[in-house]
Design a binder for this molecule. Structure first.
Ligand code: ATP
Ligand code: MG
Length: 332
């Protein structure tokens, strides 16, 4: 494991509270938070060390390590945990890989990062069932933490009755970081540059960044590199050189016109999706004679598959990312 970065803000209490939860009955928990909110850093830098101290063997598995092959991702995670570094009998099936963990009689904490990836292809269903079976068969010794960044995909894994993971984990909150995090970052900045930045201003910026630790750390590291000692100068430079909205702009440009309208005119305005007036409006804006229910259905399906929207209740949709929603309000 890499040396902890000096920018890292330790979330000791949060780690302890999760460990308490998995020790007191909820043997598996699922954590959901938006992209770049600090899930991975938390798992690796805070939860794993705390769990080791509490006596667990910890295993970090990331399904994005090799997206086409989740079994390989499990084997890699197990291999890292066993610290053997060799590939010997560890390339086989997921269940055999996981069983290697049980050999020394210790409790095991499995951390599955990017679990939503398993909801992207039906061919991964069997693996979901394998993991569930492993967890159920060894529930007195094995705990699991699942992490994902798509609410709808997590729902499809843990809340759909047909899924093998149905009720396989309790969804728990992953809170945003607060002023203590900002205070810590500014202390680090000061220790490197001797400049003490304005803390009130930093907190406002953090809020504007939708509490993204990534953007905040990136801004401060940029200011440090460029020798900037003032947020007015730093933020201006950062936004110009590093437009945080760039990814959203690109995503927006890639959408079909009808999908853009469904996002801004229907979901953004809370209009009913399947309604004659909505079809009329979208048709007028697209400049075509007829918009059908089928066209709306296909549009919403595309948006859902791209993880842009999330079905919160029957017929009710919301934009999954608060940042993207803000982009739509600000830029369009
Ligand atoms: N506790 C922390 N202390 C300091 N910086 C942090 C912390 N957590 C996250 N960061 C910063 O935010 C960045 C993104 O964090 P991380 O990769 O853990 O997010 P994530 O939620 O796993 O994102 P994704 O969903 O894209 O995988 C880190 O590279 C780091 O710069
Ligand atoms: Mg991550």
């Amino acid at each position: 494991m890499a040396l902890t970065s000096k920018w890292h803000f330790a979330r000791v209490e949060l780690a302890r509270s999760y460990i308490d939860q998995i020790n007191s009955g909820l043997s598996s928990i699922a954590i959901f938070a938006e992209r770049r909110k600090g899930k991975t850093e938390f798992l690796v830098e805070d939860l794993a060390p705390a769990a080791s101290k509490a006596g667990f063997r910890t295993v970090y598995i990331n399904f994005w390590e090799q997206k086409s092959d989740p079994v390989h991702c499990i084997a890699k995670g197990v291999e890292r945990s066993l610290e053997q570094g060799s590939k010997q009998d560890n390339q086989g099936f997921a269940y055999e890989s996981l069983e290697l963990l049980l050999k020394p009689k210790r409790e095991v904490l499995l951390m599955f990062d990017e679990i939503q990836h398993l909801a992207t292809d039906v061919k991964f269903e069997e693996l979901i069932a394998t993991i569930r079976t492993f967890l159920d068969s060894n529930k007195n010794r094995v705990r699991a933490v699942f992490t994902g960044s798509s609410q709808s995909r997590l729902n499809s894994i843990f809340r759909h009755q047909k899924s093998a993971f149905y009720r396989g984990a309790s969804l728990v909150d992953f809170p945003d970081m607060d002023e203590k995090f900002i205070h810590h970052l500014l202390s680090v900045f000061k220790s490197i540059t001797t400049t003490m930045l304005n803390e009130t201003r930093a907190n406002v910026i953090f809020e504007q960044f939708n509490y993204s630790p990534f953007l905040m750390v990136d801004l401060l590291q940029t200011m440090m590199r460029e020798g900037m000692a003032d947020f007015d100068v730093g933020l201006d430079y950062y936004v110009k050189t590093n437009n945080p909205h760039q990814q959203w702009q690109q995503l927006w440009r890639e959408l079909k016109p009808i999908d853009q309208l469904v996002l801004t005119q229907v979901i953004g305005q809370q209009r009913p999706l399947y309604h004659d007036e909505t079809y009329q409006l979208v048709g007028d804006l697209l400049g075509i004679d007829e918009v059908t229910r089928g066209m709306m259905q296909s549009s919403i399906k595309r948006l859902k598959d791209m993880d842009i929207v999330n079905c919160v209740a029957r017929g009710a949709w919301e934009i999954e990312s608060v940042e993207f929603q803000q982009f739509l309000i600000d830029e369009l």
